[in-house]
Design a protein around this ligand. Structure first.
Ligand SMILES: [Fe+2]
Length: 334
């Protein structure tokens, strides 16, 4: 259809609404086909639409700026994360001392023997010359959603933490070191806050987190040892295999090693590198353990092993049961 002259003249600057109206009047399918038709006639639109914006991409930070910022954040994160991996603790004494290894209390889990726990904690608190490394998993702390099935069988977590806090407070003059365990650490992984680490700081207790080398000085003697919640190279049949392999591969300087977590205690005293050494695996107070029942983990028992360390000569004596160690300690101290 021939477009009339007045439309041709108005077309270059007409509004979009006008174009739509003309397209309809002249029987075009849409504005685009009308515009194509006019273009073929050599009639062009002269309306220029310009758009302005203040949108702009952020300026690029340099590699050096990235590194400086991430290094700064790393330094801050370390304040909340890091503990020394090697420390020295000195006992200025001329009498032998007894160091007890007590871990996996699992407080709050159903099936914990609180009577035995009470007896042992009181003995550690009151017996002269006895000190303790409190190991990991002192609370059941089922806080992860994936493990909630076990949460139905535990006392409320605040009560567990209350008992943990008060026990640490009760024993704080006797605590050599305090460690976390996988149960305690679930909170840290979930929230970023290491409750046990904060508690240790508040109560002025040495916190070695997952484990550390401890250079233990007793009188004139030094007994460096390694204590971790979890050890590697485990054997179900030969429980101290883990300790000996760890010593051979990672801690050849250790006079004794301590590993926790598996709830079956064992003790072995042996020669390594022409020195008397010892291996310790700790027990638990969780004598009925639903998780263990579910998975067929048998053999858990109440047991806090201990070592007697002499201050005037290179001599250590390992005991499987802390109460036997205390009987011996009384004899050699008095
Ligand atoms: Fe554990």
């Amino acid at each position: 259809m021939e477009v009339i002259e007045s439309v041709k003249q108005a077309y270059p600057t007409a509004s979009l609404g006008q174009l739509k109206q003309w397209a309809e009047e002249y029987g075009f399918a849409n504005v685009h086909s009308f515009r194509r038709h006019m273009q073929k006639q050599g009639i062009k639109r002269t309306v220029e639409i310009t758009r302005t914006t203040d949108y702009a991409l952020s300026p690029k930070a340099t590699w050096e700026e990235h590194l400086a910022a991430i290094r700064g954040m790393d330094r801050l994160t370390a304040i909340h994360q890091r503990v020394p991996t090697e420390i020295t603790i000195t006992y200025d004494t001329n009498k032998p001392i007894c160091l007890v290894f007590s871990a996996d209390w699992q407080a709050g889990q159903f099936g914990v023997d609180y009577d035995a726990f009470e007896t042992d904690m009181n003995a550690i608190e009151t017996e002269p010359g006895v000190f303790v490394d409190v190991g990991g998993d002192i609370t059941q702390n089922i806080i992860q959603a994936s493990k909630m099935n076990s949460a139905h069988n535990q006392t409320p977590i605040p009560v567990q933490l209350g008992l943990a806090y008060l026990t640490i407070k009760k024993l704080r003059d006797k605590i050599n070191t305090l460690k976390t365990g996988n149960h305690d650490y679930w909170t840290t992984m979930l929230t970023g806050e290491d409750w046990l680490g904060e508690t240790a700081q508040r109560l002025n207790v040495i916190y070695t987190k997952h484990g550390a080398r401890i250079n233990l000085r007793v009188g004139k003697q030094e007994y460096p040892y390694m204590s971790r919640h979890v050890g590697r190279y485990n054997s179900t049949f030969n429980l101290t295999h883990s300790n000996k392999q760890e010593q051979r591969l990672n801690y050849p300087w250790a006079r004794f090693t301590v590993f926790e977590h598996l709830h079956v205690a064992d003790v072995e005293q042996y020669r390594y590198g022409d020195r008397e050494c010892a291996a310790f695996r700790t027990g638990t107070y969780a004598v009925y353990d639903d998780f263990a029942q579910q998975n067929g983990f048998y053999g858990a028992h109440i047991c806090n092993p201990a070592v007697i360390l002499f201050p005037d000569r290179d001599k250590l004596v390992a005991f499987k049961d802390m109460h036997d160690a205390i009987i011996y300690l009384r004899a050699v101290r008095n």
